[in-house]
Design a protein around this ligand. Structure first.
Ligand SMILES: NC(=O)c1ccc[n+]([C@@H]2O[C@H](COP(=O)([O-])OP(=O)(O)OC[C@H]3O[C@@H](n4cnc5c(N)ncnc54)[C@H](O)[C@@H]3O)[C@@H](O)[C@H]2O)c1
Ligand SMILES: O=P(O)(O)OC[C@H](O)CO
Length: 368
């Protein structure tokens, strides 16, 4: 494919699909979502290079057109290549799609800072909150690079498998600059993907992070065999906690009512493919967290961001004085402070007082 000679500035994103064959896109990460994003933009005509840590993955993608470890049932487009060489992956790139788990992003980007051109936009797809610093990606990226960088955040109800299968999906892409959101959203959109531009950087990120916390509990209810009524109860009341906290943190209510909020919550909690929900199911069936995470790591089942995000979510809820008893329950469970059945029984016995003030609710932390 024809390459642009120098393509590092936002102006090169103008013109979108008709110029796509001349534009190179770099994808960080060859896990499930890295492969889905790489395939999506390759289908839109871009030359795509996936940066992977493992030679055998690069070789599988380049020679067999399959990732040998993730979503290997899908044949990859010919204009999608892979490399373990960051300089090669980034040479002449127009924009970067970041698909590395949030907790690993700081160290990863610190190692990349001299290789990434300052003007190249980074579209983050990572969903979470830093477990210790409580930071979101809009803070982690410039801190790790040691400079401002054009950044955008793509989030919504998008299981990697469904994107690979080319069935219809939708997401939101947010940046502080609505013009940049519009241009980038257009580059990701296609016959089976609708990407809506937004300026709500906080709402889009918080929605993607907190839905994973609630999904763990949806899984716990399922693992305990409590039935779909219990799942709907937890997810709906969890949704209220997620919205209140997101708005307190600066997110917009309409974002939480859209694809990056309730849309992703529904998919993750009710769909069958969520890794976060799967962790909850295993906990509900009586396994401990250490055992669950060890088994997942051994069989390359992919990151469940909600595990590391939950302690950060409850710290932020405390900072913003937002009552989030369901998220606190998830935290107690993950810390091994109580077992799943006991926690849910306690929750059912909690008073129901919706007419108390938010502050009273927060102090009591037992109304839900
Ligand atoms: N899988 C999905 O359906 C999906 C959908 C939307 C968003 N996301 C988000 O995308 C992000 C990535 O998810 P995923 O499903 O691809 O996870 P995954 O576990 O399948 O893959 C993660 C990738 O990151 C790489 N990686 C991890 N730590 C690294 C480090 N320190 N340095 C370099 N590479 C490192 C791994 O080798 C792997 O290639 C997560 O934040 C997730 O919440 C995933
Ligand atoms: O598999 P999960 O739980 O990480 O969810 C994947 C995506 O975030 C769904 O939108």
């Amino acid at each position: 494919m024809k390459r642009m000679k120098s393509s590092s500035s936002m102006t090169n994103l103008l013109g979108a699909h008709q110029e796509s064959a001349e534009m190179k896109v770099t994808v960080f990460g060859s896990g499930s979502f890295g492969m889905a994003m790489a395939t999506l933009v390759a289908r839109n005509g871009f030359d795509v290079v996936v940066l992977t840590r493992r030679e055998e993955v690069a070789e599988g993608i380049n020679k067999d057109r399959r990732n040998p470890t993730h979503l290997k049932e899908f044949l990859l487009p010919e204009n999608l290549k892979a490399t373990t060489d960051a300089v090669e992956a980034l040479r002449g790139t127009s924009f970067i799609v970041h698909c590395i788990p949030l907790q690993s992003t700081k160290s990863f980007l610190e190692s990349m800072k001299d290789k990434i051109e300052p003007g190249v936009p980074i579209v983050s797809t990572s969903k979470g909150l830093h477990t210790e610093t409580l930071e979101m990606m809009h803070e982690i990226i410039p801190n790790a690079l040691g400079r401002p960088q054009p950044v955008a955040f793509l989030s919504g109800p998008t299981f990697a498998q469904d994107i690979m299968a080319n069935t219809p999906s939708g997401a939101v892409l947010a940046s502080e600059d609505i013009m940049m959101s519009q241009k980038l959203a257009h580059l990701f959109s296609g016959p089976t993907m609708r990407v809506y531009p937004s300026e709500d950087v906080i709402g889009v990120q918080v929605g993607g992070a907190l839905k994973n916390v609630i999904a763990i509990l949806a899984g716990v209810a399922e693992g305990l065999g409590l039935g779909i009524n219990a799942v709907a109860l937890l997810v709906t009341r969890g949704c209220r906690e997620m919205n209140r906290l997101a708005v307190a943190m600066g997110g917009q209510e309409h974002t939480m009512n859209g694809l990056a909020g309730i849309g992703d919550l529904m998919l993750t909690c009710l769909g069958g493919l969520s890794r976060n929900k799967r962790v909850g199911i295993e906990l509900g069936r009586g396994k401990n967290l250490e055992q669950v995470l060890k088994e997942r790591a051994e069989s390359l089942q992919g990151v469940a961001e909600g595990v590391a995000t939950t302690p950060a979510a409850v710290k932020l809820a405390t900072r913003y004085r937002i009552p989030t008893p369901i998220m606190f329950m998830a935290n107690r469970l993950l810390k091994g402070e109580d077992d799943a059945a006991n926690l849910l029984k306690d929750m059912m016995e909690a008073p129901m007082l919706d007419d108390v003030s938010l502050e009273m609710e927060f102090q009591a932390m037992k109304y839900w």
